[in-house]
Design a protein around this ligand. Structure first.
Ligand code: URA
Length: 200
């Protein structure tokens, strides 16, 4: 699949970020302190995509810095991945009021930024954290309990859905399957790390 060539006048990540920081495509921006664009290496081979910023992310302007983010980093480290090796972003770049799930029109308004982030960063592997990013990047009616741990491929990019770390904080039974998924993610990461510029 070819990612839709929207926002293609922004030809580097910093330009795209500047544009995104001014975004008012949906009303989420009205109640958020700011836009949480993404964080990490601009040439990362591995990208994580969550749902939307929470209160800590909104305050600090960085994705996954609250309790779920701290757990995500611990899980990454347990399989030998460092946060500095990856790029982390969300489907919605602004915090929804009360941390609700972004509505369809909000997620859709924001999706163009993610598409362009993917085009510019060119990750070889994307991990969908939770149902929302899985539905946007794998299939619109994918059930996370069914598809987690599977490896999909689109446009030469491998995509692995897993449970959102916040789901583990609510239900400790999800810890083991997520750890299994991350062992697989690390294996895939090692494979794609040696072949970043291979033709697809
Ligand atoms: N949950 C998310 O989905 N994204 C964040 O950035 C933080 C928590």
């Amino acid at each position: 699949m070819k990612w839709l060539p929207l926002l293609d006048q922004y030809d580097d990540l910093a330009n795209l970020q500047q544009h995104c920081l001014q975004c008012h495509r949906c009303s989420l921006r009205d109640n958020a302190r700011g836009v949480v664009f993404g964080d990490g290496a601009p040439d990362a081979r591995l990208m994580f995509v969550g749902e939307a910023p929470g209160v800590d992310e909104d305050r600090l302007g960085k994705p996954f810095v609250g309790a779920a983010g701290q757990l995500l980093e611990k899980i990454m480290e347990s399989v030998g991945l460092q946060r500095s090796d990856v790029y982390i972003t969300n489907i919605a770049k602004c915090r929804p009021p009360g941390n609700r799930i972004p509505k369809k029109d909000e997620a859709e308004a924001c999706f163009v930024y993610l598409v362009r982030q993917i085009e510019l960063i060119q990750p070889r592997l994307i991990v969908c954290l939770g149902a929302l990013s899985t539905q946007y990047l794998v299939h619109n009616d994918a059930k996370i309990t069914v598809v987690r741990g599977n490896v999909y491929e689109k446009g030469g990019i491998k995509i692995v859905p897993t449970f959102h770390p916040a789901a583990i904080l609510r239900d400790a039974n999800k810890k083991k399957p997520v750890w299994e998924d991350f062992k697989k993610i690390k294996e895939l990461y090692d494979q794609v790390s040696t072949s970043k510029n291979e033709p697809q």
